[in-house]
Design a protein around this ligand. Structure first.
Ligand SMILES: Cc1cc2nc3c(=O)[nH]c(=O)nc-3n(C[C@H](O)[C@H](O)[C@H](O)COP(=O)(O)O)c2cc1C
Length: 200
């Protein structure tokens, strides 16, 4: 079975969630459409020193540590790509990290870029849409938008890592969220450690 997924990275803090999702999705999917917003590029540079430059590999190669034919980079202003159409089959979309701006635009049905359009398509086609949202504290507008998104069928998954499996690295912490998202995409088999009650 051919598996396709969409990953959008927006300009919230936590660019590492996007990088880690790309690594896991590239591992489990045949094709990953990757859409990085303009502001996400700034945050990737600020937080992870990932940016385009003459003497640097492209963004995907920097995020994966190598090139990959499975990852198809699509531009945020390009609607002539498969994620923009409900006719193009795929197994779901993750936005990681998801800014409150992008969440608000999706909640309001404002499909003014490829990410918000692809998310809109997921909701209308009843396909998985997982938003790894990042902001704190949340104002009433954020909360109402996240409620509307949940009511419309999206899964709101805050970038809120868990500690009960005793993570020791930032990557371990990020994976407590990223692997949960993989499971909600239906692609997390065998990846998510299940909680075992400690024995004496
Ligand atoms: C360093 C940095 C960190 C940011 N962190 C957040 C954040 O955690 N959550 C958020 O909603 N916006 C955050 N923003 C603001 C977004 O980048 C901004 O609202 C942007 O317009 C989002 O656009 P996009 O969703 O199209 O990427 C941050 C901006 C910068 C420069």
């Amino acid at each position: 079975m051919i598996r396709r997924g969409i990953l959008a990275i927006t300009g919230a803090s936590g660019a590492i969630y996007g990088v880690r999702m790309l690594q896991w999705m590239e591992f489990r999917f045949d094709t990953v459409y990757l859409c990085v917003s303009r502001d996400a590029r700034s945050v990737l540079a600020t937080e992870l020193d990932i940016e385009e430059g003459d003497d640097r590999p492209d963004l995907v190669a920097q995020m994966l540590g190598r090139k990959s034919e499975r990852v198809v980079a699509v531009q945020p202003d390009d609607f002539f790509t498969p994620p923009a159409s409900g006719s193009a089959m795929h197994d779901g979309m993750v936005i990681a990290p998801c800014s409150m701006g992008t969440a608000g635009r999706i909640a309001a049905g404002i499909s003014n870029d490829l990410t918000t359009r692809a998310a809109d398509v997921c909701l209308k086609e009843r396909r998985p849409l997982i938003l790894i949202v990042r902001e704190t504290p949340l104002n009433l507008i954020h909360l109402r938008n996240l409620t509307a998104l949940t009511e419309a069928g999206a899964t709101v998954m805050p970038a809120s890592p868990s500690f009960y499996n005793q993570p020791t690295t930032i990557t371990d912490l990020v994976d407590t969220v990223a692997l949960r998202a993989m499971r909600h995409l239906g692609a997390g088999d065998g990846l998510v450690p299940e909680w075992q009650v400690p024995t004496a």
